[in-house]
Design a protein around this ligand. Structure first.
Ligand code: AMP
Ligand code: GLY
Length: 423
């Protein structure tokens, strides 16, 4: 069969890798893709938000299944566009992708259906938000309602900081209309875990757990980024935690969306905080995480096409989802300066060192093929990923492999997976 993947990051490279392993697939397209994905797929120069053009392409090439990797087109309704043309597509429709597209929606949903999460209030006026801050407990968390590249969350230690935050989000509109509405929420402490779940509208199949490192610098310092590295599984995500989440979070979230007439089909990403009072939801996303996908998908034993088709057909109850009994660590190589400004077009060398190395993966994010070779083309450039018998071994392997590739301004965190030592 023919598969089209929409997106261009490390996540889409990891998806392409899993799709390429499927015996059922003989042709992969990716729009727009990147230099690494081009080794597995034919990259097509159509942007992820060009929904009608993408659907035209899928029709022209008789694509059997399209997989949407990114949040923006999902929230904008790409699945509805494809379905209206009778095309098979994996991802939530617009009315379900709102779970990621509006934080106010997701908070109200959790409240209505008693899904554990931080206490909160929604605001659509800066005056009311500022007044509320006077009564708040600090630190306090401000969240832009809409999509903001994972950067629309501000943790404010003082009233003054929070007032500045409201100005940034609601008055100066740093994230545009994403800040028309905001959520002000209680600050929670604990370990963070991401659990990605395949969903078919009725059934929900949680994958193995992962932990992201969102801050730019070692010791969780610096600005929030899309994610600087991940490991899987999380040693803090115990069997008891898993049982609690299945009963009180995953299935209730699925059922809540169904009850609202918003059947969720695709990947529901549940960001959890393991607090002293038990696991609570930090956020939902409506797609695979990046870089979470880079450590979760290499460990998945199932044929990804079987799972995605079962999700589309409402038959996930027939899938026995299985993961390898090992561990995986991804260290992101970024352009120095990310998530603020950084230089591009630096030649990348040493990529051939990953060829035929079992258990090692070089997932491309911001890369581009030029006549001179592959060059950097974004903030997050590469995801160096390695498996190991356990987390410590996987971490050692991943960090050793970060030395195999070079480019000017190469930047990485040196403490990805440090939490493993505390487990
Ligand atoms: P989100 O995009 O909602 O996951 O937020 C980004 C990051 O901000 C999370 O991964 C957490 O590290 C942090 N965060 C979000 N909400 C809270 C909260 N209520 N308490 C503490 N930290 C939070
Ligand atoms: N790594 C977090 C995300 O994909 O949103």
């Amino acid at each position: 069969m023919k598969v089209l993947i929409v997106g261009s990051g490390g996540r889409e490279h990891a998806i392409a890798y899993a799709v390429a392993k499927s015996k059922r697939v003989d042709k992969i397209y990716c729009a727009p893709g990147n230099a690494g994905i081009a080794e597995l797929a034919e990259c097509v120069d159509i942007g992820a938000m060009e929904m009608e053009r993408l659907a035209d392409f899928a029709q022209e090439k008789a694509v059997d299944l399209t997989i949407i990797g990114m949040d923006d087109p999902l929230v904008a309704g790409i699945v509805d566009v494809f379905e209206a043309r009778g095309l098979r597509v994996f991802g939530p429709r617009k009315n379900a992708a709102i779970l990621e597209g509006s934080k106010a929606f997701s908070k109200d949903l959790m409240k209505k259906y008693h899904i554990p999460t931080a206490a909160y209030e929604n605001f659509d006026s800066a005056e009311a938000a500022l007044a509320y801050l006077e009564t708040g407990r600090y630190p306090i968390v401000l969240k832009a309602d809409g999509l903001a590249l994972g950067k629309g969350v501000l943790i404010c230690n003082t009233l003054e900081e929070a007032k500045d935050g409201i100005r940034e989000l609601m008055i100066d509109k740093k994230f545009g209309s994403a800040g028309d509405k905001i959520v002000i929420e209680e600050f929670m402490t604990g370990r963070e875990v991401s659990v990605l779940c395949y969903c078919d509208g009725t059934h929900i199949l949680p994958m193995t757990s992962a932990q992201d490192h969102k801050r730019a610098k070692d010791g969780d310092q610096g600005l929030n980024t899309g994610g600087m590295g991940t490991f899987s599984p999380s040693p803090f995500y115990t069997k008891e935690v898993d049982e609690f989440c299945r009963e009180h979070i995953y299935q209730p979230s699925m059922d809540a969306m169904k009850a609202e007439g918003r059947d969720f089909v695709g990947v529901m990403f549940v960001g959890l905080m393991l607090t002293e009072d038990g696991p609570k939801v930090l956020e939902y996303n409506a797609r695979f995480g990046d870089p979470e996908a880079q450590v979760v998908l290499p460990r998945m034993k199932n044929d990804i096409i079987d799972v995605m088709e079962a999700a589309i057909d409402g038959k996930l109850d027939t899938i026995d989802l299985q993961f390898e009994d090992n561990a995986c660590v991804c260290v992101v190589l970024a352009s120095d300066g990310y998530p603020l400004s950084y230089e591009k077009s630096k030649l990348i060398t040493g990529m051939e060192n990953f060829k035929d190395k079992d258990g090692y993966y070089l997932f491309h994010a911001g890369t581009k093929q030029t006549p001179e070779g592959v060059v950097t083309n974004g903030g997050r450039v590469l995801g160096v990923t390695a498996k190991g018998a356990d987390l410590k071994q996987a971490r050692e392997n991943a960090y050793a492999a970060t030395e195999w590739v070079s480019f000017e301004n190469k930047y990485m965190r040196h403490d990805i997976g440090k939490a493993i030592d505390e487990a």
